[in-house]
Design a protein around this ligand. Sequence first.
Ligand code: UDX
Ligand code: UDX
Length: 441
Amino acid sequence: MTTGAPVRVGVVGAGYVGLTTGACLASLGHDVICADIDVARVERLRTGDIPIVEAGLAEVVAEGLSSGRLRFEIGAPAAATNTDVVFLCVPTPQGADGGADLRYIETAAAQIGPVLDAGALVVNKSTVPVGSTRAVEDVLQRPDVAVVSNPEFLREGTAVYDFLHPDRVVIGADDRAAGERLAELYAGLDAPILITDPASAETIKYAANGFLAMKISFVNAIAAMCEAVGANVDDVVEGIGADNRIGTAFLKPGPGWGGSCFPKDSRALVKIAADYGYDFTMMKGVIDVNDEQKRRMVAKVRRAVGLAPGRGLGGAVVAVLGLTFKAGTDDLRDSPSVTMVNSLLASGATVRAYDPTVGVEPVDDKAEALRGVELVGSVNEAVKGARVLVIATEWPEFASIDLAEIATLMAADAVVVDTRNLLDPVAVRAAGLGYDGVGRS
Ligand code: UDX
Ligand code: UDX
């Protein structure tokens, strides 16, 4: 890969974003120190053991370790010692008021401030409210250090690809020279680089995620309409997508959008707008449609079991295939499947679930999120005796399940609720199962 001049880079936070960023920058030829407070995580990473599911990441990390261009250290100061450019990639979870909680960013900034080399560049990659680039400057207390914003557009599951083949790189800098210095780091990528002021860069990140969430809520609302009027959403999307002005990307109906970004970023967008006196009713509607979509999926399960609204699901066995918020990741954060599963459990259903990345004995947060769910290790174990089979995540292996065998394992008159429109309704019905998709009348 072609590169600009190698730069000494530090990355604070070795999670989905930081680890991908660090490993990919090493693959572009830079010397990278990736630091994290989680000692166990750092020790695993030093041996090339990747703690998350992310296609291609193990390969770029292994390449970085063997070339010596990628090292893992404990604690934020290690990323800021003898480095020229330091990326902040720590979480910005949703705070109690709906806005982003900046405590990790502020802690990281306070820790690196005293050790940064003279004239270093600090890059904020975490998603932060408009104005946070300046807040980081205030915490750093280093007038000789420029702070720039450089939002990430990495989809989990394709993050390495997205990093190395971006549609664009966005840099927000008050000081044009500082922005250009960061742009140099990306010289090995074939992508347009847009340098703006920090507030615009920060807004671009929220606007991009808000717009994508809006597209999905729109198609989910159209799917609900299709069910009411007897239309087929697959045909509708094909028909509108053929219009170049619309296209088909991010118009796949589903159980609602989830993950570590869309839910918190859409709420943060509403909160930021409100803080500045703008009532962003459109974004509120996008969020409402998404909440409603998850409830609609649960209502489909109730209908499949044959229950009127308000009556419990007591005793019914519901098999759920897929728990992650989408395929290609092990991430359960704000997963519509987890919301659905918990709602079914609260209504008295027995939920048996299988997900290829979750396994039967999850730990920590995952165990907590899935309390009460019977986790099994295969599709066939999940469906045994079940009244309803919910396809909740579009894992490719679920597209080729043996429907005839599944029909023999499930209870009589069983129904498939396909929240991802992954299966062919004709084939499902031919196997003797009922079928209910999203917007497929
Ligand atoms: C990111 C972002 O940075 C967030 O703003 C964005 O909107 C979504 O993606 P992500 O990489 O998904 O976060 O988070 P996660 O996978 O939880 O990783 C964060 C890492 O930072 C963890 O490994 C954690 O141990 C580490 N961390 C956290 C620190 O090193 N220091 C801290 O103070 C807090
Ligand atoms: C998102 C952004 O796309 C990425 O640029 C970055 O800002 C981080 O946040 P990610 O959360 O990994 O990436 O997943 P994404 O592929 O965007 O999907 C988000 C959610 O929308 C998932 O729950 C997914 O299943 C859902 N989705 C996506 C649909 O329901 N239909 C679609 O057509 C696309």
